[in-house]
Design a protein around this ligand. Sequence first.
Ligand code: T5A
Length: 208
Amino acid sequence: MNGYFITFEGSEGCGKTTQIEALAKALEAQGKTVLITREPGGTLIGEKIRNLLQDPSHKNDISDMTELLLFSASRAELITSRIQPALARGEIVICDRFYDSTFVYQGLGRAIDMNIVEQLNQITVGTLKPDLTILLDLDAKIGIERAKSRQSGELDRIENESLAFFEAVRNGYLELAKKEPERFKTIDGLLSVDAIKKIIWDTVVNQF
Ligand code: T5A
């Protein structure tokens, strides 16, 4: 594989989508071929799984273990059918969330045994690893407010979790970033859209 794999992470409403679109545009302007994708989703089956996972009417229908397995199934499909082929063609892949989301949301948020999360990750992802992970760090309360305003007040199944859940998610991300400083670039999500855009561009442009 000779492409380049970038993932974006952070808690709800931290600004990933906004920044991913801007980065892809800037890279394409330089003649790069970019694949933007997302988790859960990014494939026919993955998008169906996404709908199941986010539907607020399934609030009481999905156990924690089922949730973990559904996120993993979506990831397995995405890696095999889109990410690996694009990297093999030498493209830049930008993925909105990847396995770090599972570690913090299911491992810490849902308190599923981390050994199980790790084993499943090993099965699903194998040796594939992002070259760069952009973490947009944002206060959980502000993130939920942003998500609410974006979706005209409608929150999905996971966004309806408690503030304590999202604080655990945020802290979990910061811990992951501390453990792998060579992979993570952590950026203050309170900065303006343009300021974040510039930090990301300065980081990415140095990789090629
Ligand atoms: N999940 C996912 C798991 O539990 N386990 C897993 O393994 C995986 C892969 C995925 C959900 O699934 C969970 C996590 C999530 O709950 P998602 O689509 O990634 O869903 O969900 P969100 O993180 O909620 O994505 P959002 O689209 O809501 O937020 P974004 O993309 O982070 O933010 P964005 O860019 O849409 O911005 C939100 C709002 O804020 C504004 C934007 O204009 C927009 O209105 N904004 C800013 N405002 C001020 N300053 C800035 N710097 C701003 N940047 C953006």
